[in-house]
Design a protein around this ligand. Structure first.
Ligand code: AMP
Length: 377
């Protein structure tokens, strides 16, 4: 059995690691070389994502294909799917890669989303601001991630500046959501229709980038049930096999608002590696190769994950990295590094995970451990 992976970042790397554990081979496809996933895969194919000949050759080498990011060109995913099954089905890519289609789709199937207004011109933006009021946030319809391609608008007079900042690209204006917390739910669905889920997971962002994820999320069972049902509904309606994640806001007045769908493993699900009987990456592997979903029960009552960004690398240690011996003097905190040689601000270099009985204690220990990276490195 050989799994093909479109994309070669840390998500592909962790899938390749789990595949190797099960003696399943992986072939990764991306324009890069010596990539995080390529370092642990059996074969690393280096070609442009829109090189359809290379895509066909790659598809012929493997038994099933998945992807680790939603910006894979749709045509490439469809061409690959003609040769070898691609999971989740590429129809979700068309939805998940475009914020307008994503929100419209969720709204159509009854999942509440933030009020939104498609924007293709400054006039559209002004009209949208009249309808939705301020504050609001303007986001490029495609290719924004980790807060890139987003501008918060707090005054109508900022419209022109915001439209220029976003590069005058097709965008969506969203009403500002006063949220109490952000949560995510991951769902795994197998080829027999079996479904299981993780979460809700509570997520804290810093500078629009995921910072810390924790379980339990501290939301009531009504919110948790609704969030899980939303994920199940999307997977069933689109007959998706594999793994997806939906990120939600829980508003200060107790409503659940869906923000984004990721049809792949998610950064907030990294805590499932140590925290659950089956990790999100094993679920991805199991479901796409035709195995039933695995047991997604948490191993202990609490678990947390803290991202390690390039920002926290000690300056003088950019090449050799932090002094892990001192940072990890307490052996309960687990380290994952992604094999990226250059530490840039905002770049995800790795993460820390800790399981325990108490969420607050887990969070405090993770943050204290992370703080030592800069100090001790
Ligand atoms: P996104 O790229 O849509 O995931 O947005 C990144 C982060 O910006 C989210 O995780 C929120 O913290 C914040 N954000 C995005 N959209 C909104 C909104 N409509 N209202 C309030 N905060 C938002």
């Amino acid at each position: 059995m050989k799994i093909g992976i479109l994309g070669s970042g840390q998500l592909g790397r962790m899938l390749a690691q789990v595949a190797r554990q099960h003696d399943i081979q992986t072939v990764v496809f991306s324009p890069g070389t010596n990539t995080p996933a390529g370092q642990v895969a059996d074969v690393e194919v280096s070609a442009a994502y829109d090189d359809l000949e290379a895509i066909r050759d790659f598809a012929k080498q493997v038994d099933v294909i998945t992807y680790e990011f939603e910006n894979v060109p749709l045509m490439s995913a469809m061409v690959a799917d003609e040769v070898t099954p691609v999971h989740p089905n590429p129809r979700i890519l068309a939805i998940a890669r475009n914020r307008i289609r994503e929100k419209s789709y969720m709204q159509d199937i009854g999942i509440p989303v933030a009020p939104f207004h498609p924007v293709n011109s400054l006039q559209d933006l002004e009209l949208g601001l009249n309808n939705l009021g301020v504050p609001a946030v303007l986001k490029t319809a495609e290719e924004g991630y980790d807060g890139k391609g987003q501008v918060k608008i707090t005054d109508r007079a900022e419209a022109k500046h915001a439209w220029q900042t976003i590069g005058q690209k097709p965008s969506v204006l969203e009403g500002w959501i006063e949220f109490e917390r952000e949560i995510s739910v991951l769902g795994a669905r197998d080829q027999q229709g079996g479904f299981t889920s993780y979460g809700p997971i509570e997520n804290d962002h810093a500078n629009h980038i995921l910072d810390v994820s924790l379980i339990p999320a501290g939301v009531n069972s009504d919110i948790a049930d609704k969030a899980i049902l939303s994920v199940k509904t999307v997977m069933e309606k689109l007959n998706l096999v594999g793994l997806i994640c939906i990120e939600f806001f829980v508003t200060t007045d107790g409503r659940l608002i869906a923000n984004e769908i990721a049809p792949r493993p998610h950064n907030s699900g990294h805590l499932t590696i140590e925290g659950h009987v089956t990790s999100q990456f094993e679920q991805q592997m199991r479901t796409i190769i035709g195995w039933p979903v695995g047991d997604a029960t948490p191993i202990q009552p609490a678990c947390g994950m803290a991202n390690l960004l390039g920002d926290s690398w000690p300056l003088e240690a950019e090449t050799q990295g932090p002094n892990w011996r001192d940072v990890l003097n307490d052996g309960s905190v687990k380290l994952h590094l992604y094999g990226k040689s250059e530490a840039r601000p905002g770049r995800k270099m790795g993460h820390l995970t800790l399981v325990g009985n108490d969420k607050i204690a887990v969070q405090e220990k993770l943050l204290a451990t992370r703080k030592r990276i800069k100090a001790d490195g």
